[in-house]
Ligand binder design. Structure first.
Ligand SMILES: [Zn+2]
Length: 395
């Protein structure tokens, strides 16, 4: 159970909320699919460094290190992809010089300077796969979720690292976002094993779209070869919708957006599009049910407890059962509760403002003195590591 009435308090294990942005990195916006080129993001202009500043603005506004899924093919300064099988529609005649210019250095500087707010993730080289010049979806798996030739996949992952380094971008990404949601799970030839070899630790994708040789261990979190998979859910707006108005049903821990959703055809107006999403997310996560998380690991931890933990009342104290959570690889023991006084006015009907109680645990269960905490001081939304509300349970 994720909600508990405990004395004068409503205690919840809130659902984490993490924003993930895909299809970042194209320089050209045009949908080239009718020419056998990538779909890109069907954006009505070329991209520019301001479009990266918009992403940093999103992270800063949310207080979140937002994962951004990069497609790096158009960052190829030296045409190295000519030697990577299946990477582009031009094969060995690949020539990217038309996309090379000072904007690469400017955008790279923005991404380096924004490491606090943006985490670069792998979304591919050019998103799709080409055989004899013909495009097929998508880069790492076919549309049935079958892994492409393992040696070729390794070449693509290695080239992605080369493009990061060649552009002075933060390297060693830990998150992989499968392009077009084509992915496999539990197969003998496992993408997760390859990802682990390249240092990846997370995949965010839609479980219902995976080709599964074994079922995911839980509806929201799965794992294989040490790589953790987080359910992505459905995007609330289409991948090609430009300057999208904010809307989402909060149907799961991840809000998947696409770059163009957050951008305006006039770059100087990007900020207004981003700010509207920030305002909506801040407003809709104020209540007891949801929690904006600071990063990917915090999302994983909170998701594990939200989906597998439970709350019980023991004489005015709340006990959080973490036994199932500890069965999940990569669970760090850190998560948060929310507490609100009942009968006040504020975030929800009949509720006072919510307070966030961050906890760091090591044991199978943790006991939190909610009643005592309600009498304590502190403003709403506090995140104090050593607050008087700290657990008194097993460490
Ligand atoms: Zn994509």
């Amino acid at each position: 159970m994720n909600t508990l009435h405990c004395g004068p308090a409503l205690v919840t294990l809130p659902m984490p909320v993490l924003v993930v942005v895909e299809d970042v990195g194209w320089w050209r916006g045009e949908d080239g699919s009718h020419l056998g080129q990538p779909y890109r993001n069907r954006f009505p202009r070329s991209h520019c460094p301001d479009d990266y500043r918009a992403l940093a603005r999103l992270g800063r506004g949310l207080g979140m290190r937002v994962p951004v899924g990069m497609v790096l093919g158009e960052w190829d300064r030296d045409n190295i992809l000519a030697e990577v099988p299946g990477a582009t529609w031009q094969g060995q005649g690949w020539d990217n010089q038309g996309n090379v210019g000072p904007h690469l250095d400017q955008a790279a500087a923005c991404l380096r300077d924004s490491g606090r707010w943006l985490e670069l993730a792998c979304h591919g080289l050019c998103h799709e796969f080409w055989q004899q010049g013909a495009m097929s979806r998508s880069e790492f798996h076919d549309e049935e979720g079958r892994l492409r030739d393992e040696a070729v996949v390794r070449r693509h992952l290695a080239a992605f690292d080369d493009l990061l380094r060649g552009n002075g971008l933060p390297s060693a990404p830990r998150l992989f976002l499968p392009p077009a949601l084509n992915h496999g799970f539990g197969a003998r030839q496992s993408m997760q094993r390859l990802l682990a070899d390249f240092g990846y630790r997370f995949v965010v994708t839609r479980f219902a779209r995976m080709r599964c040789q074994m079922p995911p261990q839980t509806p929201w979190c799965a794992w294989e070869h040490g790589v953790r998979l987080l359910e992505r859910g459905l995007a609330p707006v289409a991948w090609h919708e430009v300057a999208a108005a904010p809307s989402w049903d909060f149907s799961g821990p991840v809000l998947p957006l696409h770059w163009g959703n957050l951008l305006h055809p006039e770059p100087q107006k990007n900020g207004a599009v981003v700010d509207a999403w920030v305002e909506m997310l801040l407003r809709e996560t104020r209540g007891p049910e949801r929690l904006l998380v600071p990063d990917l690991q915090a999302c994983w931890d909170q998701c594990v407890v939200w989906s597998l933990g439970s709350l019980t009342d023991q004489g005015g104290k709340v006990v959080v059962d973490l036994r199932r959570a500890w069965e999940v690889p990569g669970f760090s023991g850190s998560f948060s509760l929310k507490v609100s006084a009942q009968g006040g006015s504020g975030a929800g009907p009949g509720l006072g403002p919510c307070r966030v109680i961050p906890l760091r645990c090591r044991g199978a269960e943790v006991t939190v003195d909610i009643v005592g905490a309600m009498a304590g001081s502190g403003g709403p939304g506090q995140r104090q590591a050593d607050s008087p509300w700290r657990e008194k349970g097993n460490f």
